[in-house]
Design a protein around this ligand. Structure first.
Ligand code: FES
Length: 102
């Protein structure tokens, strides 16, 4: 089980656990504000935009080509931005804190 703490734009923290799926699915299952997952996780809506810490970004890895193109259209983009639907739970360290970008 990986533990994920989501910090919303209102600075509210909510922790959830999962051993499979991705960061978008886990957020939706736990009603995390700011993660909509409109496209169902096929990397075409960017309503699951999150920011990782530089350290976690190093561990998890950067965005793929299509994901990067989607992120270029986003306002609140950082060098450590990812789309949560493209981050499998299996790629995470045991514990991680992510910031919801929207
Ligand atoms: S849910 Fe649409 S891009 Fe992630």
């Amino acid at each position: 089980m990986k533990k994920v703490t989501y910090i919303t734009q209102k600075e509210e923290a909510k922790t959830a656990s999962a051993s499979s799926g991705n960061l978008m699915e886990l957020a939706i299952a736990n009603n995390i504000e700011g993660i909509e997952g409109d496209c169902g996780g096929v990397c075409s809506c960017a309503t699951c935009h999150i920011h990782l810490t530089p350290e976690d970004f190093e561990t998890v890895g950067g965005p793929g080509e299509i994901e990067e193109e989607m992120l270029e259209l986003e306002d609140n983009v950082s060098p450590y931005s990812r789309l949560a639907c493209q981050v499998p739970i299996s790629s995470l360290p045991e514990q991680i804190t992510v910031k919801v970008a929207n």
